[in-house]
Write a protein that binds this ligand. Structure first.
Ligand code: GLY
Length: 353
């Protein structure tokens, strides 16, 4: 049965949900006064479920791998490039390398295939990373440019600045990132991320996630459109804070300092943009996807570090639950896990890193 759906929020999550619902024949209106200018505008676009995961994040990994598998079809449908050269975890000193190996062990325990590379193997494959002590390659991962993805979605989905007065929706999906309306506001908090965009003739050929004397940093190269400099995105700070997400001098300094140790060619790169946005963090680090306890009100929010990666899965989960009201959404992401008073309802989980 075709539903009338309002999607509030035109970031990569809201747009992906809207596009999937439109494809399935629902009537959809998307409302956002500034489409694709929130967290999606800052995001590097890593499709790195394994390289971004840590202890205790089993569900994040499970959902991320499921969504990664949906990305090739989505990228093809939207006609946007997808870089699929994997993620390279690297360490600069012995302690950093130990951190990389711990993550490799964790991934191996989860059945994720990884390959350990010596320093020599790293430099053979990525000559610009000549100061690292060694690494671990995670094949199958990649990246997209979220700005291109949002632009392609905006060609398919019309966005209006305000809720139309002549429209009554059966369901409203709230996808407003880190600022949710009441009564859901407390479920998501802003975690500031600052990120840099550079142009270079000497980019790495794959996503690099490095540890530099304990400081994490990542580099995400874009495929160059033609001969000439390529964009490399360097990220990202992570800070709990109140107030507007602004770029700080200290944040830029930390990112540049860590990135140039991993990738010395940074010194010659052109710094073209600094951006800060809030990531939408939840209490348990998992998103909120599906119906709430308020009739006709659904959430697709709280994706924290994984909004771009989880966009196609989120769209699918929402669309499947809408198409078949008897189907339950994945319990790990059910927004009612924080509010359910049902016996056996999901209890308030502990906070994660
Ligand atoms: N997924 C990368 C970040 O949130 O910085």
């Amino acid at each position: 049965m075709s539903m009338r759906v309002t999607v509030r929020g035109a970031g990569i999550i809201g747009l992906s949900v809207a596009e999937e619902l439109l494809r399935r024949g629902h009537l959809v209106r998307v409302v956002d006064p500034a489409p694709a200018r929130g967290a999606s505008f800052a995001a590097a676009g890593m499709l790195s479920p394994a390289a971004e995961v840590w202890h205790g994040e089993h569900d994040v990994l499970r959902l991320g791998l499921a969504s990664l598998a949906l990305w090739p079809d989505l990228a093809q449908r939207l006609d946007v490039p997808l870089v699929d050269t994997g993620t390279l975890l690297v360490g600069v000193d012995a302690g950093d390398l130990q951190q990389v190996r711990r993550q490799a062990d964790l991934l191996a325990r989860h059945g994720v295939q990884v390959e350990e590379w010596s320093r020599r193997q790293v430099v053979e494959r990525e000559p610009s990373l000549d100061r690292v002590a060694g690494g671990v390659w995670v094949p199958g991962e990649g990246s997209v440019n979220p700005r291109e993805v949002c632009a392609a979605l905006l060609e398919r989905v019309r966005v209006e600045p305000e809720e139309p007065t002549d429209w009554r929706a059966d369901v409203t999906v709230i996808a407003t990132g880190s600022v949710l309306p009441e009564p859901h506001r407390h479920l998501v908090r802003g975690v500031r991320g600052e990120i840099l965009r550079l142009r270079t003739d000497d980019p790495p050929s794959r996503t690099v996630r490095g540890w530099v004397s304990g400081e994490p940093v990542y580099l995400v190269p874009r495929r160059p459109e033609a001969a000439g400099p390529a964009e490399v995105v360097v990220g990202a700070t992570s800070e709990e804070h109140d107030g507007l997400p602004v770029v700080t001098a200290g944040g830029v300094l930390r990112l540049l300092a860590a990135a140039r140790v991993v990738w010395p060619a940074l010194d010659r790169a052109e710094l073209v943009e600094t951006t800060a946005r809030d990531r939408p963090g939840t209490l348990d680090g998992l998103p909120l996807i599906g119906p709430t306890e308020r009739s006709g009100e659904w959430l697709a929010a709280g994706h924290y570090r994984h909004g771009v990666l989880l966009a196609p899965l989120t769209a699918r989960l929402i669309a499947e639950a809408m198409d078949d009201p008897r189907s339950a959404v994945d319990a790990a992401v059910d927004p009612r896990r924080f509010t359910s008073r049902q016996p056996g309802g999901i209890h308030a989980p502990h906070a994660q890193r």
